[in-house]
Ligand binder design. Structure first.
Ligand code: FAD
Length: 494
C-alpha cells in the first residue's frame, strides 16, 4: 500500500450536514473523525480523558518524557494515508528507521536486527542464515496473501474468506500452530524464540498462536518499523490538530455512559457532560465496553489477549549495552507463557526496553535516558494478576532480569512509574491490550465494525477489524467511518 496523494476534504458547508459523534479519541477515534470530516460530516469526538491518544499516552516528569503505550510504528503508509484522506501531508517525520532492535539471548549472545538484511545476516552463526531467509520469505508470503483481505479492506465476508481459503488456505497452514510452522522451516534455537515473539504483537501466546501469525515478522523485518519524530503521543496530537483544523470538535473530560436508540438508530449519546444528539456514531473504545454502552448483552467472556507490566524509569547516565530497542529473552520462553496461562506474572519474563531519547534527545536531560521496560503479563482474572502481591512479584521479576544482565535497577533512577494490568483495564477488557486472544485461525479474525441491529453505528479500535496496533487501529477508524458515512449518504470516495 502506498499513501494516496492528499485529497481535498468535502466542503464543510452546504445543506444541513449530518452530525456524527465519535466516542474515544484514541488512534481509531481520531482516524474515524478525520475520515468523517473528509466525507462532509459534522463531527464531535467525546473523550473522557483530558488528552488524546488513549493507550498512546505520555508521561513527563523531572525533564523526562515517556510514551506510556506504543513505542514502535509499523506500516507508516497507513499513517500517511490517514492524513492524506484529510487533505494534508503527515506533519511528523516517519522516515527514519527505528535503528533496529538488539536481541539478547540467555547465553549472553547479542544480535542486532534491522530491515537491512545484510547487517542482520552478518550477526548470525553459520547455518542460521538459511533458516532466517526461509522464515522471512514465508512471513512475506503469508503477509502478502493475507493483508489485502484482512488488513487493507473492510471486514471480509464469506465470499472473500472463501476466495482466500481457496487461493492461500493451504499455504496459511490452517491446522498448524506457529511453533510447528517454525519447526517445519527448520528454524531452531535462538532463531525460533526470536520468530515466535512476533505473535505477541497481536496479543497471542506464541505457543498457541496459529501459524498464520508468522506474517507479523514480515511487517517488522521486511517492511521495517519507523521512529515517529517526537514519539507516538505526538502522532495522536497531530491527528487531534488535523481534526480541529477541519472543523471537528473534540470534547474532553466527559465519560460516555450510554447510547440512546430510537428504533434501529442511535439518536443520542449520553455522557457525564450531558446528552448530544446525533445522526450517526462511531464507538472507538474496547468492544466489550462499546457493546455495553449500546445496551447489548455482555459478550461471552472469551480468553483475553496478553496484558503488560511496564516500568518507566528516567535514569542518570547512559548505557551503550542498550540500543534504542532491546529485547532480553529468558532462559525458558515457553515457561513464560505457562505462567501467564495460569494467571500469574511470569517468573522470568522477556523484557522489551525502548529508549526514545536515543532518537529524540529532548526526551531526557543531558547525560540521562528514559527507559520504557515492558514485560508480558496476564489479563486480570478473579483469581490473580490484579492482586497487589501478584503485581509486586511481577515487578520483582522485571528487576531481577535487569539485574541478571548487569543493570542494577535502583541505580541512578530519577523518576519512575509502573503501569500494570489494572492500569490497562481502563482501556481494555480485563486489561488485555488486543481484545480476545487470537489462538486459532478463526480467532485471528477480529469482530466486524458493524453493530448488529443498529444501522447508523459502527465500532472502531484495536479490538475489532482489522485488529490491534497503531496502524490497524487507524484503519479500523477508516472502515467504521465509511460504514456510517455510507448510511448517511455522505461522500465515501476515500
Ligand atoms: C504498553 C503498550 C505498548 C504497545 N506497544 C505498541 C507498539 O509498539 N506498536 C503498536 O502499533 N501498538 C502498540 N500497542 C497497541 C496500541 O497502543 C493500540 O492497539 C492502539 O493504540 C489502540 O488504539 P484505539 O484507538 O483502538 O484504543 P485506545 O487507545 O484504547 O483509545 C480509546 C479511547 O477511548 C476513550 N474512552 C474509553 N471509554 C470511554 C468512554 N466511556 N467515554 C469516552 N471516552 C472513552 C479512552 O480514554 C481512549 O482515549 C501497545 C499498547 C500498550 C498498552
Amino acid at each position: 500500500m502506498s499513501a494516496p496523494s492528499p485529497r481535498a476534504p468535502a466542503p464543510a458547508t452546504g445543506p444541513r450536514r449530518p452530525h456524527v459523534v465519535v466516542v474515544g479519541a484514541g488512534f481509531a477515534g481520531l482516524s474515524a473523525a478525520l475520515h468523517l470530516l473528509a466525507a462532509g460530516a459534522r463531527v464531535s469526538v467525546l473523550e473522557r480523558a483530558a488528552t488524546p491518544g488513549g493507550k498512546a499516552g505520555e508521561w513527563r516528569s523531572g525533564g523526562f518524557r515517556f510514551d506510556t503505550g506504543p513505542t514502535l510504528l509499523t506500516l507508516p503508509d497507513v499513517v500517511e494515508a490517514t492524513f492524506a484522506a484529510a487533505g494534508r501531508p503527515c506533519p511528523l517525520d516517519l522516515g527514519r528507521q527505528g535503528g533496529g532492535t538488539r536481541y539478547v539471548f540467555p547465553s549472553g549472545r547479542v544480535w542486532d536486527v534491522s530491515s537491512d538484511l545484510g547487517r542482520t545476516l552478518a550477526g548470525l552463526e553459520p547455518g542460521e542464515d538459511d533458516a532466517y531467509r526461509r522464515a522471512l520469505e514465508r512471513a512475506r508470503q503469508l503477509y502478502e496473501a493475507a493483508a489485502p483481505v484482512f488488513v487493507h479492506a473492510p471486514a471480509p465476508g464469506l465470499p472473500q474468506l472463501l476466495r482466500y481459503a481457496l487461493r492461500h488456505g493451504m499455504a496459511a497452514a490452517p491446522g498448524r500452530r506457529l511453533p510447528q510452522l517454525l519447526d517445519a522451516l527448520g528454524v531452531r534455537g535462538d532463531l525460533r524464540t526470536f520468530f515466535l515473539r512476533f505473535a505477541t504483537y497481536f496479543g497471542a501466546d506464541p505457543f498457541r498462536a496459529p501459524a498464520v501469525l508468522h506474517n507479523i515478522a514480515w511487517v517488522e523485518l521486511g517492511l521495517g518499523p519507523r521512529h515517529v519524530e517526537g514519539g507516538m503521543h505526538a502522532l495522536a496530537r497531530a491527528l487531534e490538530e488535523a481534526v480541529t483544523d477541519l472543523g471537528g470538535e473534540i470534547r474532553y473530560g466527559g465519560e460516555v455512559r450510554r447510547l440512546v436508540r430510537r428504533g434501529r438508530r442511535v439518536s443520542e449519546v449520553v455522557s457525564d457532560a450531558g446528552a448530544t444528539r446525533c445522526d450517526g456514531v462511531v464507538v472507538a473504545v474496547d468492544r466489550t465496553q462499546a457493546l455495553a454502552m449500546l445496551g447489548h448483552a455482555p459478550v461471552s467472556d472469551r480468553e483475553p489477549s496478553l496484558s503488560g507490566l511496564v516500568w518507566l524509569a528516567g535514569v542518570r547516565g547512559t548505557d551503550a549495552r542498550l540500543a534504542s530497542h532491546t529485547v532480553f529473552f529468558p532462559e525458558d520462553y515457553e515457561r513464560e507463557f505457562h505462567d501467564i496461562r495460569s494467571g500469574r506474572h511470569p517468573r522470568d519474563p522477556t523484557l522489551y526496553v525502548a529508549i526514545s531519547a536515543r532518537s529524540d534527545p529532548a526526551d531526557a536531560p543531558a547525560g540521562c535516558e528514559n527507559r520504557f521496560v515492558m514485560a508480558n503479563a496476564p489479563a486480570l482474572t478473579q483469581r490473580a494478576a490484579g492482586r497487589e502481591a501478584e503485581v509486586a512479584e511481577g515487578r520483582r521479576a522485571v528487576h531481577a532480569v535487569l539485574a541478571r544482565h548487569g543493570f542494577e535497577p535502583g541505580e541512578g533512577v530519577v523518576v519512575q512509574r509502573w503501569q500494570t494490568p489494572a492500569t490497562f483495564a481502563a482501556f481494555g477488557h480485563r486489561g488485555s491490550l488486543y481484545g480476545a486472544a487470537p489462538h486459532g485461525m478463526l480467532a485471528t479474525l477480529r469482530p466486524a465494525n458493524a453493530v448488529a441491529g443498529v444501522l447508523n453505528a459502527a465500532l472502531a479500535g484495536g479490538t475489532v477489524h482489522p485488529g490491534g496496533g497503531v496502524p490497524l487501529a487507524l484503519l479500523s477508524g477508516r472502515y467504521a467511518a465509511a460504514r456510517v458515512a455510507r448510511h448517511l449518504d455522505l461522500d465515501t470516495s476515500d
